[in-house]
Design a protein around this ligand. Structure first.
Ligand code: GUN
Length: 302
């Protein structure tokens, strides 16, 4: 079998067209949705992600403001930056790009974000809401995975989904989403991680395999069940002298080998990544709508 591609760029384009139309109609209220992005240090991957997020905002009519802080910034300064964005009427959503430098307590910074502006869905309030199965901000990568499945009409109900990775950002959040009752939930979920003895015992049982361990090419062809759906969330930079920039992006899955056995597979890049950014746009629009509803006015000052 040669797998069909789950094309994240195509799915993202379609969802973003809809978001752009919704942003235009929201903007008739007198303001456009606003996203504040906090970037600490000069990690090249983070810089590249932030650029991608800002470009996507511009394309759909969301106003974004980037706040760059040096790698040696104090914890207090990062917290003050977040608190200032909480109070800023022109900002509906706040994203603090991770990872933060070691001397900054990531959790404390995420908890400082006003939960009504937590468009990254990583505040404990959002995570608790997700676990309760209630409406709230969903972390963008898990949300993007679900929307990608939706776009290709691949149901999860009653399917066995095996998730590799237990991070809050992806694995644990995704498992909670897949366990929700209703459409694109109702899955039977297995979570594996770096201490799981024999991953292939589990991966070979998967109707849908989601790899999110950040380990380049961890999933070999032999680990993929014939006819399954393979979603690769991993993106690592691996040295590649044949490339002009000296590296290439490698997912957690050996794409060529896995595509021989899977029915559907995401490429890296161009799979989950564009969907992650798309869901950040959706969350920011939802945050803006919610604030307008709460204030009862569409003309909050910029
Ligand atoms: N770094 C890598 N992925 C993410 C993400 O989804 N959100 C944030 N804030 N930082 C990240």
């Amino acid at each position: 079998m040669s797998a069909e591609k789950l094309d994240g760029r195509e799915a993202a384009k379609s969802v973003r067209n809809r978001i752009a139309a919704d942003v235009r109609s929201f903007s008739e209220t007198g303001r456009s949705p606003g996203l504040g992005v906090v970037l600490v240090g000069d990690n090249p991957a983070s810089l590249s992600y932030v650029r991608g997020k800002e470009k996507a905002c511009e394309e759909v009519g969301i106003h974004s403001r980037e706040i760059r802080l040096g790698a040696d910034v104090s914890q207090t300064e990062v917290l003050e930056t977040v608190l200032a964005l909480n109070d800023d009427e022109g900002i509906d959503g706040i994203l603090v790009q991770l990872p933060l430098p070691d001397h900054v307590d990531e959790r404390r910074v995420l908890e400082a974000i006003d939960p009504s502006k937590d468009v990254d869905g990583l505040h404990r309030f959002s995570l608790g809401t997700l676990m309760l199965g209630e409406e709230g901000f969903i972390p963008c990568t898990p949300y993007g995975v679900i929307e990608l499945l939706k776009h290709y009409e691949i149901p999860t109900n009653g399917r066995h989904v095996v998730v590799l990775g237990r991070s809050m950002l992806v694995g644990k959040s995704l498992a909670n989403l897949l366990l929700r009752r209703g459409e694109y939930g109702d899955a039977t979920v297995t979570i594996c991680h770096s201490r799981t003895p024999d991953l292939s015992v589990h991966t070979l049982q998967a109707d849908i395999l989601i790899a999110a361990m950040g380990r380049p090419a961890l999933v070999t062809g032999e680990m993929v069940r014939e006819g399954s759906v393979v979603i690769d969330v991993g993106v690592s930079r691996v040295d590649d002298p044949s490339k002009k920039r000296g590296y290439r992006l490698q997912g957690d899955v050996d794409y060529e080998a896995a595509a021989e056995r899977a029915a559907w597979i995401t490429p890296v890049p161009g799979g989950v990544g564009p969907m992650t950014i798309t869901m950040l746009l959706q969350n920011t629009l939802d945050a803006a709508r919610h604030r307008v509803e709460m204030s009862g006015s569409g003309s909050a000052p910029r």
